[in-house]
Design a protein around this ligand. Sequence first.
Ligand code: KIV
Length: 296
Amino acid sequence: MNDFSQRGEKGTTMRDKMTVPAIQARKRGTKLTMMTAYDAPTAHIADRAGVDIILVGDSVANNVLGFEDTLSVTLDNMIYHTAAVTRTKPSALVVGDMPWLSYHISVEETVRNAGRLMREAGAGAVKLEGGRKRLKMVEALISSEIPVMGHLGLTPQSVHAMGGYRVQGKRVEAARELLDDARALANAGVFAIVLEGIPDVLAEVVTKEIAIPTIGIGAGPHCDGQVLVFHDVLGFNDIKPPKFVRQYAHLADTATEALQHFFADIRAGKFPADEETYHIDEETARAFHALTQHEE
Ligand code: KIV
């Protein structure tokens, strides 16, 4: 029943598989759409809706696994969730996020870890946070044929170094640093860069300056594409979303009301009804009842 790889369902159109070159070709073209998904049903919904890129983000930590921040998530967690997404065979490009400390220790470990996300989990590319600090790792990945998406600005894995989740690049010097990081990543060959939590003007300048697509989250309208977290857009978590999120549904409320209705039906003896019940023929039913009728 749960064949998530079925294509061309009601309300959807068959699409070509999204590739890294196809993403790069969208620079200054039709805006790119990217959305997080951490499991098969959410990946299937996003893909059916026509998303270009599914990001299996390390934000699985906060949105699904109940952690306070993304630092607790391991490479094995990311492989597990990325594999669940790729098993749905989406048309979207699947990008696996590299968790904290999986690309910081050495070039060798970085390539091995990214290779696991590709080989064991089926990712089409990996994403990692940081600019020039991570350049050696980025270059090693790209020379190992692993496509890399960069991530600059408010990088959640730096929450302690940043002193909290704060908008970045608000001053000229910080903006210059970020621009230099973006140039360095683009020159190294990353295929796109996520710009998170920065002023719109800085995102505009970076987007004009580099030849690869920028994908914004809390970075204003000038990027080549936009990304948000599935659970935020659909109101899946019962929390007030950040300023940069636009909610298109309130599924936590819808689901709570549906379950309240279901539980009320159980208590009232209205569930299950006849059509939700398996039956047998009358003769067999009589024989079943006779099982408990003891002879005198
Ligand atoms: O993990 C994540 O969800 C991300 C996006 C916010 C870009 O990195």
